[in-house]
Ligand binder design. Structure first.
Ligand code: AMP
Ligand code: MG
Length: 505
């Protein structure tokens, strides 16, 4: 293996430096024929990297894992996790490696990590590899989420390996380079808590605080405060998911971040017709991670984080206050539904065209949103288009909205209440209200059928054109550009009813 001589990526590896004993140093596997399939120029720019240099042959070699760039310190991170409710004490980076961290142009520390870079000591029965389709899927959904303003990890690059991976069929292999504000998960804390390694747990908590909540550094009660911060971030995140119809599909505790970014786009999907029970993942037969269950699951996962942090929270309190510390941690978890509801309502108000956020109107506005969603559900209206056409109605054009409803009478009754509520806000010009609403409800989401088409073409035929077209549309979700009309169309109900997603293994 050849080490690069120029510094292409200015690494500063705090995790490897400060958390000795919490990871295993490891090297990516060598692959046959590196080829760059995707490179994210915009993200490279944000990171202060030389896109031109990284797009070349050397970049392909780096992003396939064949050349470890100067300054990188690849490590496999340890973590545990509750998977579908059952605890796995050792998961860890089974096919991933943290290459290192860089400081972006805004001064934020970002992880660069591989996925699909070969076996590690955490691989268990897995081959450590990834296929082109699922890695490009991470690109599409991550870029879509980013364009929608939702905190997310993002793909910097996908490199084809020139090798096949064995799944139900042989598939072309790939390595993803993922950028995250960190890869700290609820499951990372669970790993050390479950082993009773309290010193390491404390080291990890201090590291997380320094990285994500630096204002809490050294503060009394900081472990409890960390829990509270994570709960706040997750409440906001899940509310954003719900307001665009995103279903993560595998909300195991190892897939929930401390940073509040969405991570691990495996069997995720977007709603078409509004249905709280929607499940697309082939492995989620019980519907544990159904669309409407996500807020409750987030709370459940946070309770697992609270348990993991408890030894620190108790130790942190004086002996007399230990009981109270436990009660306070419990209170943080119990407060989650209210935090979530508040975040949800903030988003819903924007989608309803309401600028007013007076607490006195909370109950009315929440009921207005609930009734609207009930209407969408009863008449199986496409979630994304329903909201979008409501904006048209605010601007004076009601026909496109009516066309989505088989029985418009119920819609008319709701519209009367909604118009009354809007009128209470005084004289907002209809076009201005409509424009505001269009900034809160996208026209383009990654529709499942379109995503599959793009991935099939890339994986089966090596044809990247459909992927490129879809990616361009997803990066511009707000404007109704005629060229993107095909990406805004709902799939036929029968297609959605049969749609299944699979874990990205
Ligand atoms: P995920 O479903 O991607 O969140 O992965 C769950 C766990 O399984 C993580 O510990 C992964 O590293 C591990 N894993 C998933 N796929 C593979 C694979 N092909 N080889 C080794 N480990 C894997
Ligand atoms: Mg995962």
């Amino acid at each position: 293996m050849q080490a690069s001589t120029t510094v292409l990526i200015p690494f500063d590896n705090s995790y490897a430096r400060e958390l000795t004993g919490l990871y295993v140093a490891w090297q990516p596997a060598q692959v046959a024929a590196p080829r760059l399939l995707f490179f994210n120029d915009e993200l490279a720019e944000e990171l202060g990297l030389d896109a031109q240099a990284l797009r070349g042959e050397e970049g392909a070699s780096i992003f396939a894992g064949n050349t470890v760039p100067q300054g990188a310190q690849p490590i496999a991170q340890a973590y545990a996790g509750h998977q579908f409710g059952g605890f796995s004490p050792q998961l860890g980076d089974g096919r991933a490696l943290l290459l290192g961290e860089i400081i972006d142009r805004q001064g934020h520390r970002r992880d660069l990590a591989f996925k699909g870079s070969g076996r590690t000591p955490f691989s268990r029965g897995g081959d450590g590899r990834a296929a082109v389709g699922p890695m490009l899927r991470e690109v599409l959904i991550g870029e879509a989420m980013h364009a929608l303003g939702i905190p997310t990890t993002r793909a910097l690059a996908v490199a084809g390996t020139g090798e096949s991976v064995v799944r139900e069929e042989m598939l072309p292999g790939a390595v993803l380079t993922r950028v995250a504000s960190s890869h700290l998960r609820v499951g990372t804390f669970q790993f050390f808590a479950a082993r009773g390694e309290i010193d390491k747990l404390r080291q990890l908590a201090e590291y997380a605080i320094a990285r994500h909540d630096p204002d809490l550094t050294g503060a009394p009660g900081r472990y409890l405060a960390l829990l509270r911060r994570v709960a706040q971030r997750q409440a906001r995140l899940i509310a954003q998911w719900m307001n665009v119809g995103f279903i993560h599909g595998v909300m195991n505790t190892d897939n929930m971040t401390i940073s509040g970014e969405t991570i691990d786009y495996g069997p995720c999907a977007f709603l078409e017709a509004y249905d709280p029970q929607a499940v697309f993942s082939s492995i989620d037969s019980q519907g544990r991670y159904a669309y409407g269950n996500q807020p409750g699951i987030a709370q459940w996962n946070l309770a697992r984080l609270a348990e993991a942090l408890l030894p620190l929270i108790v130790e942190d309190a004086s002996e007399a206050a230990a009981d109270r510390a436990v009660a306070e941690a419990t209170a943080v978890i119990q407060a989650f539904p209210d935090l979530y509801q508040a975040a949800l309502l903030r988003g819903q108000r924007a989608k309803l065209g309401l600028a007013d956020t007076a607490a006195a109107n909370d109950a009315t506005d929440a009921a207005l949103a609930r009734d609207w969603l009930a209407l969408l559900q009863a008449q199986q209206v496409d979630f994304t288009l329903g909201w979008r056409r409501l904006a048209d109605a605010a601007g004076g054009d009601e026909a496109p909205l009516q066309a989505l409803f088989a029985q418009p009478q119920a819609l008319h009754e709701w519209l009367i209440l909604w118009r009354q509520r809007c009128a209470e806000e005084g004289a907002v010009a209809p076009p201005a209200r409509a424009e505001h609403m269009r900034r809160a409800s996208p026209w383009i989401i990654p529709r499942n059928q379109r995503v599959e088409e793009a991935l099939q073409a890339a994986s089966r035929e090596g044809d990247m054109a459909p992927f490129e077209r879809l990616l361009a549309a997803l990066r511009d979700p707000w404007q109704e550009l005629p060229a993107n009309a095909a990406f805004a169309e709902p799939a036929p109900a029968a297609v959605t009813a049969c749609y299944r997603t699979f874990c990205g293994t």
